[in-house]
Structure formats: C-alpha cells, structure tokens
Design a protein around this ligand. Structure first.
Ligand SMILES: [Zn+2]
Length: 425
C-alpha cells in the first residue's frame, strides 16, 4: 500500500466531520513550513505514517502546532505525497462544481457583461513577492460596488477547468507536475510562484473562467463575457513561465474549435488580440502551425520574454516610453485590416494593463485614459461586426497596485457600459 493510500484510509477511518477542513489546514501548514515534518524514521513504514497522521491531525485540530527546527531531505518526498493527497482529497470546492459549459448555461441572460472570477483562491506567496495577488479581488469589488454597473455587469465564480480540457493544450506530464507539486526549483522559478495546492486549484479556476466565458458567448447567452483573471499567455504546453501556469486562452480556443466546429474553423477563425505589454509567447507557440487561430500581438519590443519570444501571426514591438497617441495610432492602423483579412468568428482579448506608465515592468508610457481608448478600439471592432468577445485580464504591476487595479476595472466597466448600451439600442 502506498503512502497516499495509507493516509487516505487512515483519515477516512477517523470519521471526523471536520476532517477536510483540518486536512486543508494541515496541508497549508506543511507547505508554509510553519509546521515542520519531524525527522522521524517511523514515517518510512505504513504504521508509522498512519500514526503520525493521526497525531498531526490531533495537533492541528487542538491548535497546538509543533515547532521543530528542520526538515530532513529524506522526508521531502513524503511531504510531496502528503501535500498531494491533501490537495486532491481535501480542498473544499470553494467555487462552483459545475463544468465550464454548465457554468455558462447557468448565467442569466444579460445585457452587458458577464464576469467569471476565481479570487476565492489566493495563492500563498512569500513576503515581498512582486506579484500583486490582491488585485483580482480588488478589481471585482470595484466593479460589484459600482452603482453605474448595476444590471449590466454580473459576476459568477469560475468553474474549474477539467483535465480533459487542459489536455487539449498541455502535456500529461506537465499537468501531473502541477497537480502533485512535483516541480523542481527551476520550474517553480520560471513560473514565478512557489507551488502550493492553492496554486494548482486557482490555476484550474482561472482557466475555467475563460472556458466558461467562451461557452457563454458561443451559446448566445451573452455577446461579451469576461474572466476577471486569466490571460496567462506565457504558459506553454510543457511548462509555465512569467506568472502563468495554464494557457487559458489557448485551452478555451481549443475547446471552441472542438465543440463549435461549424462556427470556428479555417474559414472563420478565432482571433486572439493580445495587448498585454509582454508578448504572448505561449499562445503564439501553441498556434504557430494552426491557421484556425490568428494571433495579433502588440507589445513592448524590449520587454520580457527575451529568450523565449515566439512568432505570432502579427507581432508589433513598440519602443520604450511609447505614449498614448503613438500606441493608438499603430493599433488603429493595424487592427482593422486583421479583421478584414481573416473574418474571425470569435475574438479573445488579452487586456493586460501593463502598458501603463506607472507599471513596474512595462517600459511603455500609456495613461489610464489611453488604455481606455485602446479598449474601445477592440470593442468597436467587435460590436460593428457583431462578433462574440471574450475578455481576459492579463498583467498589471504598478506599485502600489491601485493604478493597475483601476485600469483593470476600466477594461470590464467600459465593456459592460458599451455592450449594455449597444444591446439596448
Ligand atoms: Zn504582461
């Protein structure tokens, strides 16, 4: 019997009503190393594992965490197995348990914008980490509390992308690594986040939100739907990088190609408009030989990615410090012809706001007003052609995060107002 099975049967035999909660706490403790695994050879035997597991649960439930000084290397493997079991078996469904299609169908018919969120999962990050994890909830709160959006913006928890959906883009071994935490330091450094069960579940939800938004627009529930997360365009089939674990747009596009082949095909392709300041290298790579998906990418020429830059159908690199007028001129000149040339059926908008001049990674110099005008260029192009649109969040790294959060909220607010008005005419 393997360690995971042994622990599983042990926990089930305890029959405690609060077991799942305790396990989750325990998994967090182990992950954060605030509760360290005892350097105890007893863990190498089944009985030892079962006994230790009971002991841990007792200690955690009575809130008497044991303080120990070190973790022996020989137990790191066991720690992974433990975290794996706890994450697979015990994380509560804090979001919805619906499939992505069911989540889309459950959306009430709406004149405006439907937004899926996954900020009920917060990835635990070390102190001083540069990623603004709080921006997701803050953006949603801003939108939900905006009286002007009442009736034209509704939010729903994201469904979790299924293994089957993720497999349309990602390799089986990579999916296994993310779900079990079997990532080495180099892989975690490339992603930019330390692995945790919450990272895995949040990534599933973040991807599921884009898939559900895609279903919502292709099923005709709404003309525009959004993920108040996602746009994780640096994720490749076999690895993640740049704060991206799964490539949500690529997965959603592949699901669309599979499930709506009459609508999305070579004659009426999917268009990905990526206006994040960083090139969407993962998305470009995934569709480099697939003309059913056209990638348009406007980004900072000197920005990350450097070594892993890929080729999109349309790549436009802008010089450092490009401001509103120059940026909008390029977008206005280049984007309409892409619509005319390819006649897309469905549009994904990666609406990263890191071209903002306050952004700490961006290198460009757009204002909030400039980004708002940028958004409207995309919305106008879709509304005038009556095209279904899926919006994803993308990057935004101002410090403090307020400027990015306002710009992110603008993306969704302006879509809700614009589409709300368009549909009431
Ligand atoms: Zn970015």
């Amino acid at each position: 019997m393997g360690i995971v099975t042994a622990i599983s049967s042990s926990l089930v035999s305890l029959g405690d009503a609060n077991l799942f909660w305790k396990c989750r706490q325990l998994a967090r403790c182990i992950q954060s190393k605030s509760f360290l695994i005892r350097g105890d050879r007893a863990l190498s035997s089944r009985t030892g594992v079962v006994d230790r597991c009971r002991e841990w649960i007792g200690e955690v439930s009575s809130q008497r965490p044991v303080q120990l000084s070190q973790v022996e290397d020989s137990f790191i493997g066991e720690k992974r197995h433990l975290v794996r079991w706890f994450s697979v078996g015990s994380l509560p469904q804090t979001g919805t348990s619906l499939t992505s299609r069911e989540a889309a169908v459950a959306v009430k018919q709406n004149a405006g914008l439907v937004g899926f969120y996954s900020d009920h999962h917060v990835v635990p990050l070390p102190d001083g980490h540069r990623f603004p994890m709080d921006k997701y909830r803050a953006t949603r709160k801003l939108l939900e509390e905006d009286a002007a959006l009442r009736g034209i913006l509704v939010t729903y928890p994201s469904p979790y992308a299924s293994r089957e959906e993720l497999s349309l883009v990602h390799d089986a071994s990579y999916l296994d690594s993310i779900s079990t935490g079997d990532l080495d330091e180099k892989q975690q450094r490339a992603i930019g986040f330390p692995w945790s069960p919450d990272l895995w579940r949040r990534s599933q939800a973040s991807c599921g939100g884009t898939i559900a938004a895609m279903h919502a627009v292709l099923l005709g529930v709404t003309k525009v739907a959004a993920n108040i997360a996602g746009g994780t365009h640096h994720a490749f089939p076999d690895h993640g990088e740049g704060f991206c674990v799964y490539n949500d747009i690529a997965v959603a596009a592949k699901v669309a190609l599979n499930e709506y082949p009459v609508s999305c095909n070579l004659q009426s392709p999917i268009l990905v408009i990526d206006l994040d300041v960083h090139q969407g290298n993962g998305t470009s790579k995934i569709f480099e030989n697939d003309d059913r998906v056209i990638t348009f990418d406007l980004h900072g020429a000197k920005n990350y990615p450097w070594r892993t830059r890929m080729t999109s159908n349309y790549d436009i690199g802008l010089p450092d410090d490009t401001g509103d007028e120059e940026y909008l001129k390029v977008l206005n000149e280049r984007l309409p012809s892409v619509f005319e040339t390819h006649k897309p059926f469905l549009v994904f908008f990666q609406a990263g706001v890191d071209a903002l001049k306050e952004d700490s990674f961006g290198r460009l110099a757009l204002t909030r007003q400039g980004l708002l005008r940028r958004n409207h260029i995309v919305y106008s192009a879709c509304i005038t052609r009556n095209l279904p649109l899926v919006i994803t969040m993308g990057g935004g790294y101002s410090r403090p995060s307020e400027a990015s959060i306002q710009a992110h909220a603008d993306v969704y607010r302006s879509a809700a107002l614009r589409y709300g008005a368009a549909q009431s005419i």
